[in-house]
Write a protein that binds this ligand. Sequence first.
Ligand code: ZN
Ligand code: ZN
Length: 375
Amino acid sequence: MRIAPPDILSARLARLASTLEDRGLDAVIVTSLANVAYLTGFFASAAALIATRGELLLVGDGRYAQALNDRAQEFPSIRAIELPPGASYDQTLVDTLLPLQGARVGFESSHVTVRRHHFVVSQLADQGWAAALHDADGVVDGLRVRKDAWEVARLRDGAQRLSSVAKCILSNVLAGRTEADVAAEIDGALRRAGFERPAFDTIVAAGPNAALPHGRAGQRRIEAGDLVVIDCGGVLDGYCTDLTRTVAAGPAGPRERRLIEQVVEAQQAAFAAVRPGAAPEAVDEAARETLGRYGLAEAFTHGTGHGLGLEIHEAPRVSKRRAGHAEPPLQTGMVMTLEPGAYLAGWGGVRIEDDVLVTEDGAEWLTDVPRAWMS
Ligand code: ZN
Ligand code: ZN
């Protein structure tokens, strides 16, 4: 796994420092594991971080002792703090915070449990810490919305590998196999293509199951003529990519063919609406309006897309306008999916999903697989 080099991490820390300054904060307690990984390059199943404007106090446990030390060696702004034997993350966080007494410290309210927050606040108070902790939600998440050059390279690489996996799977005969069998083949192909793991449970949904946007891969045997929704993603160097194709098993009937073409057209309309400054809701509307013209407005039951990065679902949210809420406009460097679909209960469905990068003059496809894949 490749980890962001020190110059990239330095640039992220500098951006964090200026955000903290704007918010009047001296430090932030980072408890989102994705945010810890973003700032330090430390990927673990447990970790915590106190990020000041110039230093990253990275707390990890004994399982990661070697990795913690490696991170601190590689990037000197990191100070590695290994949990003392028997100590909890919560207690170690408090102990690490105490020397910052007097500083204005924020916390990620979306990424901390009520229990942990109460523990930290009460322990600090017991130790004479007078100030409140401040809600700093979104401070680090906000930095991740626009991908830096290193991240774009990872996502581009991931999208190309994912496209190769999809082309290989789609070239095989699907009829006669179970959904679960095809999903297992995809998962194996993802590993062989260099992905660390699938980004989510691979979806293979055939026939009537294709009408369920979040269908799983079950024991249904794929029949000739079924529409099959195949939605898969991989994690490469910590970054998620996501792709869906819908194919007919065997020759596509006229109704299946038409539905695939209509969804592809909706995706093209969404792509044409992507540019810096555009409202994400307008991108969604472009896809929705296209499907609406074919009488499929009711059949499109989810949002058009979602941001991709260290998490499979992150900002921006490309979806219907919500009352009293406007999503921030698109900016260059954002990476997101465009995945319109149409689902007809009891019959089947179609979803086509690709990953795009917002560029100065519009957008660029990162995934590259023929869309109307018909045999
Ligand atoms: Zn997907
Ligand atoms: Zn998706």
